[in-house]
Design a protein around this ligand. Structure first.
Ligand SMILES: [Zn+2]
Length: 478
């Protein structure tokens, strides 16, 4: 049965009046087992204003062949579109095995999109992000995304993850007007991609706590419970369907598509990716930076996020324990030592890609966060004082690491860094976690542990050791 997920989203939002949510700019998320033939009608819906002429359409894809029941799916969609539109096919290829949403690639797509009536971007998360950026670059051309995997939740939000000066950045782009998710096509995507999508899901069991923390310490005034309620709706029944992903069960794949697509909308209406992007995403972005600068292949984002969610939950355990130990007593946060902080950033990123360019890219964002910390020392002191009364609220937003690890393993998804493909060396994982707070201007539990003192190599090693030990114990149980 075909379904427009936006209806489900509107129901949950309507149930939480008074919570601030941004308007959703996507009119339809069409999910069903045979929805590709509906795409020309969706183009027609968007093109009602252009009179009787044939729409000029840009069809954006990468080189990856995608089959649906033995038929090359991109050729099939291109042929469908060509019946009613003048179609230019843009096959993006930056010479890497997997396309990057780099500035060059986005500029190429934007140039091609100038003067067209609609963009149809068909592929994975990177193509979806490029399609949205090209739309903006070409003057806000309407865009339809045809989702070919359930690997990330970025198909249905209003931001894009791009590579800028070698650093992954999430930047505002725009909502897709329409998203088409054919669950038969998506179930045929490589198993590792859809499993990565399940890894991605797990950020919702840790990141909202980082977002609430950022609000309470005066770093982010955008927090709202409405989008968090959308996540609760996504999380219901997850234990029932996720184990089926291990065998690529079609029902489980459909449930995964729905969950990821609603998460994407939740991010968009939250007005901030912080809802679903805390410590676990920082760790994944750090791994990508290190791998890209060393010309190693980049792992699947969602798979990394899944593993890092186990770790992030343990980071939260650590923060909770530290705050508990302060007993709500008067605590004066130390003044920032900027010299030492700058030296730490240079040390962390020195030599990545053979220069200090990445350190210089990260420093302004981190320095802004340090300024904020200095300005918020009174708020931090108040938070520590009031912690005993706030503890339960935070703990309700963090799932135990053990539960996250168990769900990943039941779904056939990596639960340790070494189990990732390509495998992530323990030293690299330790570097990523140890330095993740220096990557950008968003406060998480790691920043607070760092400023409380004691965020050092030994603590990071202990957290990673505990995460590993937990996953291994679970393996024996499964
Ligand atoms: Zn993500």
């Amino acid at each position: 049965m075909n379904e427009n997920l936006i209806d489900a989203v509107n129901c949950v939002i309507a149930a939480h009046p008074g919570e601030r949510v941004e308007p959703c700019g996507t009119r339809e998320i069409l999910v069903g087992a045979n929805v590709l033939p509906d795409i020309p009608a969706k183009v027609r819906d968007l093109m009602q204003g252009i009179g009787g002429r044939r729409p000029r359409l840009l069809f954006v894809v990468d080189r990856t062949p995608i089959m649906r029941r033995g038929v090359p799916a991109k050729d099939y969609v291109a042929a469908l579109l060509a019946r009613e539109s003048d179609v230019e096919v843009l096959v993006l290829d930056d010479g890497y095995p997997e396309l990057h949403a780099s500035e060059d690639v986005i500029a190429q797509a934007s140039a091609a999109a100038r003067g067209v009536d609609v963009i149809v971007a068909m592929g994975g998360g990177t193509i979806s992000d490029i399609g949205k950026m090209a739309s903006v670059g070409a003057g806000n051309v309407p865009v339809i995304t045809v989702q070919t995997a359930a690997s990330v939740d970025g198909f249905t939000d209003d931001v894009s993850v791009i590579l800028r000066n070698g650093v992954k950045r999430t930047v505002p782009s725009r909502w897709p007007d329409i998203v088409v998710a054919d669950t038969v096509l998506i179930a045929e995507a490589p198993a590792r991609m859809n499993r990565a999508g399940f890894g991605e899901i797990n950020s919702m069991f840790v990141a909202p706590a980082d977002w609430l923390l950022a609000r309470d310490l005066g770093f982010d005034d955008g927090f709202s419970w409405g989008p968090v309620a959308l996540l609760h709706a996504v999380g219901e029944g997850i234990e029932d369907w996720s184990p089926g992903l291990a065998e690529a069960d079609p029902e489980s794949t459909s449930a995964l598509v729905r969950a990821l697509d609603i998460r994407g909308v939740a991010t968009g209406v939250a007005g901030s990716t912080a809802l679903l992007s805390g410590v676990e995403h920082l760790v994944s972005h750090m791994l990508d930076m290190a791998n890209a600068s060393a010309h190693r292949s980049i792992g699947l984002h969602g798979a990394q996020v899944g593993v890092a969610s186990v770790v992030a939950s343990l980071v939260w355990d650590e923060l909770v324990a530290r705050l508990d130990a302060l007993h709500g007593e008067a605590f004066v946060p130390p003044v920032i030592d900027r010299e030492a902080e700058r030296a730490a950033v240079l040390h962390a990123f020195a030599g990545l890609g053979g220069s200090d360019a990445l350190a210089e890219e990260c420093w302004p964002d981190y320095a802004a966060k340090l300024d904020r910390w200095d300005a918020q020392r009174t708020a931090v002191a108040a938070f520590v004082r009031e912690w005993p009364g706030r503890r339960a609220e935070f703990q309700a937003l963090v799932k135990p690491a053990r539960t996250i690890a168990r769900a990943l393993q039941a779904a056939g998804v990596a639960s340790t860094f070494t189990a990732l493909e390509p495998t992530t060396a323990p030293e690299l994982a330790a570097w990523a976690l140890r330095n993740c707070h220096m990557m950008r201007n968003r406060l998480t539990a790691v920043d607070v542990l760092h400023h409380l003192g004691g965020w050092d190599d030994a603590l990071v090693a202990r957290i990673l050791h505990d995460a590993d030990a937990l996953a291994r114990t679970m393996e024996e149980l499964v």
